[in-house]
Design a protein around this ligand. Structure first.
Ligand SMILES: C[S@@+](CC[C@H](N)C(=O)[O-])C[C@H]1O[C@@H](n2cnc3c(N)ncnc32)[C@H](O)[C@@H]1O
Length: 414
């Protein structure tokens, strides 16, 4: 099987069965001869999905069948994104791929569209918002919403920011020191950059040489915004903490590592995801109490039991789209509305579990006001015993920041 066919199979799962890009890629990467090539091409296609849909619509009289669309998107990325492949090879390889996947009938069409694409790209929309949607490859309804919230310039800035290639790593100071980790990275020739905000964090070039540090639990990969969220929560040694939606465990593990007398209960609704928390905690040498719980269901046993309750709720995830470009696929306003209902239910339950004087933290990795500020505004209106202490929206940038929202509220002492 050719590597292009491996790409086609992965993308077919994503587009036709709504599989997650990263999961489908991981499950099929073993079939690839050149893993880097396949990874780059799959992510390249997904990252340019809206743009390529626009190109295809401009270049074809009627929408081609799904398989032809996938083939054209692969071909377009080979032309635009694979410097090692000259245009004629990109076209020929895609035509051969069409034959390999049993689409002989569409080879003439693929050949014609891709040759025209090599000669001249369709012109961009004249309307600035539509143009930004195509250029940044972000669905139009999301761009419109962002512009309403943040204005055109800020939206354009964060949608076109190139994400930092280095990953954000947190040193596990329960097991080692920052100096020791830096020394080992230097000895292995691994590039890193100081975090500048948190002394126990670094931006690291992730790769095979970093693996031993990770496997030994000396470092972990936790995004800058996730660390910010944990610090804002202000968990202290001796606190009892409830993490309502905890998997894969980044924030629970952080809290459990604050001191020897912190008690963290980490819940998630999916059994298989609880194992991720357990593996993560074991690696880092902490022991949160991991439990299966649907956070939308009220749990009487938890009422007024915790110093800090975190609701890192399920959300549309649009703030991390630069890293997970398939996040934009299959999302619409209805799906966001459904999420807001779940988010409000989780926040409502969580608020009952906080002790008097305790802290309630709500966070998402999205940038839509409906899921963020509007949830908090509605909650505070209905719960006079809570006061907002701080609220932040982090926009994605080229310095390692993802899109993230966090609100910290205090329950009054009665
Ligand atoms: C944003 S992720 C949490 C990330 C996690 N806090 C961390 O830092 O690693 C949201 C989690 O909510 C879980 N989830 C979704 N619906 C839930 C529900 N009704 N009750 C509890 N957990 C839920 C998902 O399985 C997912 O693991």
């Amino acid at each position: 099987m050719s590597d292009l066919k491996v790409c086609y199979n992965i993308l077919s799962q994503v587009y036709k069965q709504q599989a997650y890009g990263s999961i489908s890629l991981t499950s099929k990467l073993g079939e690839a001869k050149n893993r880097d090539f396949v990874t780059r091409l799959v992510y390249g296609v997904l990252r340019n999905d809206v743009k390529y849909d626009y190109y295809i619509a401009q270049m074809t009289a009627k929408k081609p069948q799904n398989s032809a669309v996938i083939l054209l998107k692969i071909g377009m990325y080979c032309v635009e994104g694979m410097d090692s492949m000259p245009d004629y090879a990109a076209v020929n390889n895609t035509v051969e791929l069409a034959k390999e996947v049993g689409k002989q009938g569409s080879t003439g069409f693929i050949n014609g569209v891709l040759k025209a694409f090599c000669r001249k790209r369709p012109s961009m929309p004249t309307d600035a918002t539509q143009r930004l949607s195509v250029e940044a490859s972000v669905p139009l309804w999301i761009v419109r919403q962002y512009i309403r919230q943040y204005g055109f310039d800020a939206t354009s800035g964060f949608l076109t920011a190139t994400p930092l290639e280095l990953e954000h790593a947190r040193v596990n100071i329960r097991k080692t020191t920052v100096a020791e980790v830096k020394k080992r990275l230097q000895e292995s020739g691994v590039g890193f950059v100081e975090d500048g905000e948190f002394e126990d964090c670094l931006f690291v070039r992730n790769g095979q040489q970093v693996r031993p540090l990770f496997d030994a639990g000396l470092i972990t990969f936790q995004s800058l915004t996730s660390v910010r969220c944990c610090r804002i929560a202000g968990v202290k040694d001796g606190d009892e903490v409830l993490d309502m939606c905890a998997a894969p465990g980044g924030k629970s593990v952080f809290f459990a590592g604050v001191g020897d007398n912190v008690r963290v209960i980490s819940c998630d609704v999916y059994h298989h995801r609880l194992q991720l928390i357990q593996q993560y905690a074991r690696r880092m040498g902490v022991k949160p109490d991991v439990r299966l719980m649907d956070a939308t269901q009220f749990n009487k046993a938890f009422v007024r039991s915790f110093d800090v309750v975190l609701c890192d709720v399920p959300c549309s995830g649009l703030g991390v789209a630069a890293k997970k470009p398939d996040i934009y696929l299959f999302k619409d306003k209805d799906c966001v509305f459904g999420l807001t209902q779940t988010q409000s239910r989780i926040l409502e339950n969580a608020s009952a579990y906080v002790r008097d004087g305790g802290t309630l933290v709500y966070s998402t990795c999205t940038l839509l006001k409906d899921e963020n500020e509007d949830r908090i505004k509605k909650f505070l209106k209905e719960h006079r015993d809570y006061k907002l202490e701080e609220q932040h929206t982090y926009l994605p940038d080229d310095k390692g920041c993802d899109g993230f929202f966090v609100a910290k509220m205090k329950r009054s002492v009665v």
